[in-house]
Design a protein around this ligand. Sequence first.
Ligand SMILES: [Zn+2]
Length: 212
Amino acid sequence: MILETFPVGPLQCNCTVLGDEATGEAIVIDPGDEITRIHNRLTALGLRLKQILITHAHIDHVGGALRLKRLTGAPILLNENDLPLLQMMGAQAAWLGVAPPETAPPDESLTDGQQVGLEAYPAQILHTPGHTQGSVCLHFIPLKMVIAGDTLFAGSIGRTDLPGGNFDQIIDSIEARLLPLPDDTKVIPGHGPATTIGAERRANPFLRNNAH
Ligand SMILES: [Zn+2]
């Protein structure tokens, strides 16, 4: 297994490359920026991209997806509830003071319970609205790993003050969908260091019902 997570772009979004040497297939999650670097890494590893998976349609997570699709032919998957945000890419770029990236509608929606990823390393989609309405987490059950986008961070949660954000909803999503996972489940957030479900259940100050 090849698993590499590295921050890309001015907001340092964690982009993840997961590959299977046996089949030569890979997926990329949240290619927000630095597409040449990501593509070069895939080439160096000899991996063929199968899917481009987007946790939500904020510019720092989705900004490079179309460029990566054009370089590799891989489809883009994004929950349909974030289409309004995708269509606001001009406004999102203006918030950051950067040029808007070209975008296109996703090839497929990511829906709750859907299985994506590689045959050897499948992921189940957890729809976790709150940071945005189309936010999803990817639960790689055999790997005991969650890619959480901007829903859950080490010691924090995603902001809910942008269009489509809802504080009560993100708390509900985390408590109903993420905290029930096993304590030793590794969490790779959309920004910052990795954590575990157990550590966040015990110590995340935003999770009100964490004292059992
Ligand atoms: Zn975000």
